[in-house]
Design a protein around this ligand. Structure first.
Ligand code: SOE
Length: 398
């Protein structure tokens, strides 16, 4: 059995979630190669050594450049804030390492273009690259895509996608890295709006050609983090230090989109949706029916079949826990639910299978660049009184 020795760069919230995936996937699925959790990298030697012990990484290190250059590393998993994605990914691909990079792909279109180009060149040398839009790998989401591809809703006219959280409603929440443009690139728009965009394009198979939107910052300055917090941690909390700093990213993004097919879509990304903790929802409406997914009920989809006899039409819940459903056969019998963390094991499964088969697992860096272009177009629209902004032709078809 081939071994794939993995180096993970970063150890915040996504570091914990990715570690769960690397640990669990080989114990649930029959993978064609064995991932080995070789080394985790972080800025603070003591903190990253603790993360290695807690999550099961063989080693810890503080210099990502040295680790990426090692001959005994095959895969680099990037879970750092967006401002280091491009530099690390391009160096890793050039060093012949397969790369998994958290979303959004980058903080700017230019960075994302450079990453997509580097991935294109690396693919010619058998090197794989993938973006971490893990919600694609919730069984119900892949099932939604399959139903739509089979024509279950017919011609799509209308899509509604929203990702709403409320962790910033408290104005005393300190200025974590996710609230600083130089680290995060954008706020709700790139952090959670990226998921809504990728989800809408993934399940429908459609591509957005233009958007019109508005983004806004509700709380313009916040208490600075105490000196000990730094860039580590989830970026979702922290201890307030002395003084205040400017919030340089959006808190809420609301936009409309038109797909190439002519279908219209509405999108919301908010960190001020009071009471909504991690509410990712999508509904696809077609001329033959409709499908809906809600992350808060992630083991099911809602299906409305307009072709059914009139007295039997209505949204019905399909429990996506049968062995026939995507990824489920690796886990438990029907009705025994999965959770948020399982998508990260599915991500490892698809990446390892792609590496061994020599096929770029989706979403590729080109798909990640697509999302980056939509994010950029929304920001430019908002700067231009919400005028429609076209999205450049993709590097390649989705
Ligand atoms: C914070 O908004 C966050 O952790 C996102 O960064 C993740 O991508 C999302 O899955 C959960 O919320």
């Amino acid at each position: 059995m081939t071994t794939l020795r993995v180096a993970m760069i970063g150890h915040g919230f996504m570091g914990a979630a990715h570690s769960q995936g690397w640990r669990t996937a080989p114990r649930i699925f029959d993978l064609p190669a064995e991932p080995e959790m070789a080394v985790v990298v972080g800025r603070n030697a003591e903190a990253v050594a603790a993360a290695a012990r807690k999550w099961g990484w063989a080693e810890s290190a503080t210099d990502w450049r040295e680790v990426v250059a090692r001959d005994d590393i095959d895969v680099v998993d990037i879970v750092t804030p967006g401002d280091s994605h491009a530099e690390i990914a391009i160096a890793a691909l050039a060093a012949g390492k397969h790369v998994l990079c958290e979303k959004p792909l980058a903080n700017t279109v230019a960075e994302a273009e450079a990453m997509a180009e580097a991935a294109e060149k690396a693919a010619a040398r058998g090197i794989r690259a993938m973006v971490g839009f893990t919600y694609r790998r919730v069984p119900a989401v892949t099932f939604l895509r399959n139903l739509i591809a089979q024509g279950a809703v017919g011609r799509i006219n209308h899509v509604r996608a929203a990702y709403r959280q409320d962790w910033l409603v408290d104005p005393e929440m300190p200025l974590a890295w996710r609230l600083q443009k130089e680290h995060a690139g954008s706020g709700a728009l790139g952090d959670i709006g990226a998921h809504a965009i990728d989800l809408a394009q993934f399940v429908t198979g459609l591509r957005l050609e233009k958007v019109s939107g508005v983004i806004d910052t509700i709380v313009k300055e916040r208490p600075l983090l105490d000196s000990g917090s730094g860039l580590s941690g989830t970026g979702l909390s922290g201890t307030a230090g002395d003084g205040k700093g400017e919030v340089t990213v959006d808190d809420i993004a609301i936009f409309t989109g038109r797909f190439e097919s002519g279908a219209l879509a509405s999108f919301e990304a908010s960190r001020f949706a009071t009471g909504r903790k991690n509410a990712l929802e999508i509904e696809i409406s077609g001329d033959k029916g409709a499908l809906a997914f809600d992350l808060e009920d992630l083991n099911s989809v809602q299906f409305y079949d307009r072709t059914a006899p009139a007295d039997r039409q209505g949204f019905r819940k399909i429990l996506v826990t049968e062995a026939e459903h995507p990824y489920v056969s690796g886990w438990w019998p029907a009705g025994h639910m999965l959770g948020y963390e399982h998508g990260f094991s599915h991500q490892v499964k698809d990446l390892v299978e792609g590496i061994v088969a020599g096929i770029d697992p989706h979403p590729t860096f080109a798909d990640g660049l697509e999302v980056q272009r939509v994010l950029d177009a929304v920001e430019r629209s908002s700067e231009n009184d919400s005028a429609w902004v076209r999205i450049a032709v993709p590097v390649r078809a989705l």
